[in-house]
Design a protein around this ligand. Structure first.
Ligand code: FAD
Ligand code: NAP
Length: 340
């Protein structure tokens, strides 16, 4: 296990904001896992690629960096394969590997930054597919009970950008690997108009997994600011999910509000549209800006502190609340207290 004292976290979060931890432990294998101390979620933090976290202050305790690798096929038959993936594997690397291996199910999730161990935390999703659709089990070290746990899909409590790891037991589990079921028979999932359009533009009428993968990669490169160029954590806010009645009331005031029916009594509405209506694209607080490319993304234009990004996020929340009566919920983990 590698150990560093008082490390800078600036290079370990895709917002690129400065912060420090008391101690940093790099967990590389199961032996290292057995030495993980009991974690206090108010002082300690598990970190993957840092692409879904905003450091508003320092981490007073320990940061555990997950670096456990490995991709292996555990079982396979003519239809599918059960694949075990170390939590420290790059997520996009895994998606690329799966497409190369002729296994489908992940192609809509190409180019999501970060590591595989973080994928269950918010049940990552894009273009109509979520991790939950392929997940078989999650193996984790329970840092409170000091034992191994294997959780199946139902026990993970997945919902829209949420899971038990995020909501019911934040900071309790150190995920070491996941098992996913990938298919040898490709069923394209093309509900998103943008994806269909992108395939159409590429002249593809009967897409295979590689075509969908390429289309998603091209779309994302075009539509999202690259964190290597402008620090960001992807969409900063969730799309709010309303009851049918709340939705009808809002729609009567804002007939152009984009929406998607999720279930009989739940309707998802567009956070990006509400932010745009508030004319906040390009709005800045110090070095933090609402991206001019994508209203849901907050970017670091260079010298922003975590506190600046958080101030901007709160400004967006207040503006949307004043106009629409809706409270936008952040997606990333907001860590620490802003200095006064
Ligand atoms: P981190 O940011 O390091 O951690 C995120 C959370 O997971 C923290 O709470 C952390 O404590 C916890 N965690 C991390 N690893 C472990 C572990 N091994 N065990 C236990 N807890 C752990 N997300 C989507 O869902 N869909 C998208 O389409 C998408 N697009 C994005 C685009 C961009 C440009 C960016 C910057 C981000 C995007 N995200 C998206 C958000 C982010 O990439 C994902 O949530 C990703 O899964 C985070 O992985 P990470 O390794 O960087 O996690
Ligand atoms: P898009 O395709 O332009 O769509 C804009 C929004 O509309 C998205 O938020 C998406 O919701 C919703 N949407 C579009 N078509 C839908 C459908 N058929 N059914 C249900 N919802 C629909 O989106 P984008 O902003 O370029 O992003 C594309 C995909 O990548 C989305 O799935 C988005 O979530 C994902 N993404 C996520 C992050 C992140 O940080 N979490 C960052 C960038 C992109 P959903 O967001 O609920 O899918």
């Amino acid at each position: 296990m590698k150990v560093r004292e008082r490390p800078s976290l600036a290079g370990l979060n895709t917002f690129g904001v400065t912060a420090r931890a008391g101690l940093l432990l790099e967990i590389e294998n199961e032996e290292d896992v057995l030495q993980i101390p009991r974690l206090d979620p108010s002082r300690d933090l598990v970190l993957g690629g840092g692409s879904n976290v905003l450091f508003v202050g320092d981490v007073p305790g320990t940061v555990l960096l997950n670096r456990i690798g490995g991709i292996s096929i555990l079982e396979e038959n003519a239809e599918q394969a059960l694949v075990e993936v170390g939590a420290g594997e790059s997520w996009h690397g895994l998606v690329s590997w799966s497409v190369g291996a002729g296994l489908s199910g992940l192609e809509n999730l190409a180019l999501i930054p970060g590591l595989t161990g973080a994928a269950p935390i918010q049940n990552i999703g894009a273009y109509g597919v979520e991790l939950s659709s392929v997940l078989d089990s999650v193996t984790a070290w329970d840092t409170q009970r000091a034992n191994w746990s294997v959780l199946n899909g139902a026990q993970c409590g997945f919902s829209y950008r949420d899971s038990v790891f995020k909501s019911a037991h934040p900071g309790r589990y150190f995920i070491t690997s996941i098992c996913i079921r990938l298919s040898k028979q490709f069923i394209p999932r093309l509900q998103y108009a943008g994806l269909v359009e992108s395939l159409h533009q590429a002249g593809v009428s009967q897409p295979g997994p590689r075509d969908v993968y390429d289309a998603v990669v091209a779309l994302r490169r075009r539509k999202l600011p690259d964190p290597a160029v402008q620090g960001n954590a992807g969409s900063f806010f969730k799309n709010p999910v309303l009851s049918r009645q709340q939705f009808e009331t809002l729609l009567s005031r804002f007939p152009a509000l984009p929406s998607w029916i999720l279930a009989e009594d739940s309707v998802k509405i567009s956070a990006a549209w509400m932010i745009e209506q508030c004319k906040l694209k390009g709005h800045r607080i110090n070095g933090a800006e609402v991206s001019t490319l994508h209203a849901l993304v907050l970017v670091n234009r260079g010298q922003a502190r975590g506190a600046d990004v958080w101030k901007l996020a709160q400004h967006v929340q207040n503006a949307v609340h004043d106009r629409f009566g809706i409270t936008l919920e952040p997606k990333p983990l907001i860590y620490g207290q802003a200095p006064n």
